[in-house]
Design a protein around this ligand. Structure first.
Ligand code: NAG
Length: 247
């Protein structure tokens, strides 16, 4: 075989391996990436965290986040007991408004549990340094929804770090992740707790659970996902025209 044809064969093999590894993560790498981390104390959780990306099995999660959220920040502080934390979520809306709410959470056997409208729990998966990859289960009327959320003390992660998260999402069989960050400033720590937040989330949750909404939101999730795959700007342009059309 000539040197050129060997090179062609070599490049083709590498190309095939790369595309294979992109379409289906190897089972052994999934096993490693999905092995929950030991979390003996709440100490590694304390701090300020920027929301980076998320994926959820719940129909409409992508749509509701994409039409309302500019960015998300979480501030985790010590709770009233050594195994408890207070997690305050700050949500900046697309309109520039800020809202926040706090949740008390308990860490037990490497697992975090809390109750916000419905019971929820989470384990932590392998991730980059100064990141948290949180695999959540929420229970709505006996139905389990899963989500994988990536937070970091940095505002932006490297392509390799994002690739690891995307692989974890694929390993779990969840829909492709969407961004929950932007270059805009986060809400300030001084943002007051929004008293109506819990009620708003409860109402949105109730609507999302209806069969009609599930079908419609399934469609908008799909359209938004496809628009985003076509490039970040396409996604944004599409959303703007969708919002103009709705209003
Ligand atoms: C969280 O715990 C603190 C201290 O026990 C309590 O004062 C507060 O009301 C709790 N917050 C919620 C949202 O349950």
């Amino acid at each position: 075989m000539s040197r050129v044809s060997m090179l062609v064969v070599g490049v083709t093999v590498i190309f095939c391996l790369v595309s294979l590894s992109q379409t289906a993560p190897a089972p052994q790498s999934c096993e490693m990436l999905l092995k929950p981390l030991e979390m003996k104390t709440v100490d590694p959780l304390i701090g300020k965290w920027s929301g980076i990306a998320s994926s959820s099995s719940q129909a409409g999660a992508r749509t509701t986040v994409k039409i309302t959220v500019e960015n998300i920040k979480a501030v985790i502080s010590a709770g009233t007991h050594p195994n408890m934390i207070k997690d305050t979520i700050y949500m900046k809306t697309l309109g520039g408004g800020c809202s926040s709410y706090s949740i008390n959470m308990t860490l037990e056997d490497n697992k975090l549990s809390w109750f916000f409208i419905v019971p929820a729990s989470a384990v932590f998966l392998p991730t980059c340094p100064d990141c948290l990859t949180i695999y959540q289960t929420i229970d709505i009327d006996g139905k389990n929804y899963k989500s994988l959320d990536l937070f970091s003390q940095r505002r932006q992660l490297t392509p390799d770090e994002m690739f690891q998260f995307k692989t974890q999402v694929e390993c779990l069989g969840l829909p492709s992740p969407y961004s929950i960050t932007s270059e805009k400033e986060h809400c300030p720590d001084s943002t007051e707790i929004s008293s109506g937040m819990e009620e708003t989330v409860r109402q949105v949750m109730t609507i999302m659970e209806t069969d009609v909404a599930k079908v419609l939101l399934g469609i908008t999730d799909f359209i938004i996902e496809k628009a985003e795959e076509g490039g970040k700007d396409n996604g944004k342009v599409f959303l703007e025209s969708l919002m103009n059309w709705i209003s």
